[in-house]
Design a binder for this molecule. Structure first.
Ligand SMILES: NC(=O)c1ccc[n+]([C@@H]2O[C@H](COP(=O)([O-])OP(=O)(O)OC[C@H]3O[C@@H](n4cnc5c(N)ncnc54)[C@H](OP(=O)(O)O)[C@@H]3O)[C@@H](O)[C@H]2O)c1
Length: 273
């Protein structure tokens, strides 16, 4: 049995699907989840990573855990996992934990807790995900318009299905224990190019407007803590060489290149229509 936390999210939903297709028994966890949110045969348990004591029911009888960074008590989560008999944890962290540890302290704390847990572990440091473009869905649907900062700065965004595929592979093989993988897409794309890829998938033009850093800051601060806003804007606007580099790790684990942003946009066009 594998426990997948964040099971209704972009990555978790795909991971539950992939494990189920491979006939691996899954317990799917999120704060708001019912049997209707998961494929037939998957056990759904509503629980909050911020309250580790409540995870016991979800973790019982499992051997591995796919863990998101959520809540403030990673040690508590991992203690419950150990007591329940889990022997391996795969943590979905952020590339920023390596490149900007001060801004990304929260994933860094989860990484440290996982390394110290005594469990077998693998850490997946994901770069920006293609699904961040869902933030443009409403303005594209209603006005065929995108506003974003740093329109011509490229980053190798990853398709969350590839993050899920790497997680499924790593959960299934102990050869990956004790490894930190950096996950990116196959090539940098700029916000302007991503808007154009969505336009191509729709078969209609989408107008791109470049926001100032200040405009973007104000909007992001509505739903992100300030250090994360600063860290994210720094990555989007002044990425380091490491943040712009395409990582070989997806291909190393999966034996194939990661999918392109354009392919993700084609598959996801309905959200922008
Ligand atoms: N987007 C990026 O560019 C990026 C880059 C690097 C790393 N990441 C990491 O990747 C993770 C997954 O991304 P995603 O796109 O799949 O996220 P998502 O679509 O926002 O989904 C988040 C999932 O986690 C669940 N969840 C949130 N807080 C929880 C809590 N306290 N306890 C239990 N479940 C909780 C949500 O369900 P409920 O709301 O029902 O609980 C949902 O199932 C993110 O959380 C982030 O840490 C993202």
């Amino acid at each position: 049995m594998i426990v997948v936390t964040g099971a209704t999210g972009n990555v978790g939903r795909a991971l539950v699907r992939m494990l189920t297709e491979a006939q691996v028994p899954v317990t799917a966890v999120a704060r708001h989840i019912t049997g209707a949110d998961v494929p037939p045969g998957v056990r759904a348990v509503a629980a909050d990573l911020a309250e580790p004591a409540g995870l016991r029911v979800a973790f019982d009888g499992a051997e591995a855990l796919f863990l998101l960074v959520a809540g403030e008590n990673p040690h508590g989560i991992l203690e419950v996992a150990k007591t329940a008999g889990i022997r391996k944890v795969v943590l979905l962290s952020s590339q920023g934990a390596g490149t900007r540890p001060e801004a990304y302290r929260h994933p860094g704390l989860f990484e440290a807790a996982v390394r110290e847990s005594g469990l077998g572990w693998t850490i997946l440091r994901s770069g920006g995900m293609a699904t961040n473009a869902f933030a443009w869905a409403e303005s594209i649907r209603t006005r065929r318009e995108v506003a974003a900062p740093f329109g011509d700065v490229g980053l190798p965004f990853i398709d969350p299905d590839d993050v899920a595929a790497v997680a499924a592979a790593v959960l299934g093989q102990d050869a990956h224990l004790g490894t930190v993988y950096t996950l990116t897409g196959p090539a940098p794309t700029t916000p302007r190019e991503r808007a154009a890829a969505i336009a191509a998938a729709l078969g209609e033009p989408v107008h791109f407007t470049e926001q100032t850093r200040e405009e973007a800051h104000k909007l992001m601060a509505r739903f992100m803590p300030l250090p994360v806003v600063e860290g994210t804007l720094a990555i989007l606007g002044e990425p380091t060489e490491g943040e712009q580099r395409v990582s070989p790790d997806v291909e190393r684990v999966l034996g194939r290149a990661p999918g392109t942003f354009a392919a993700w946009a084609e598959r996801s066009a309905a959200a922008f229509r």
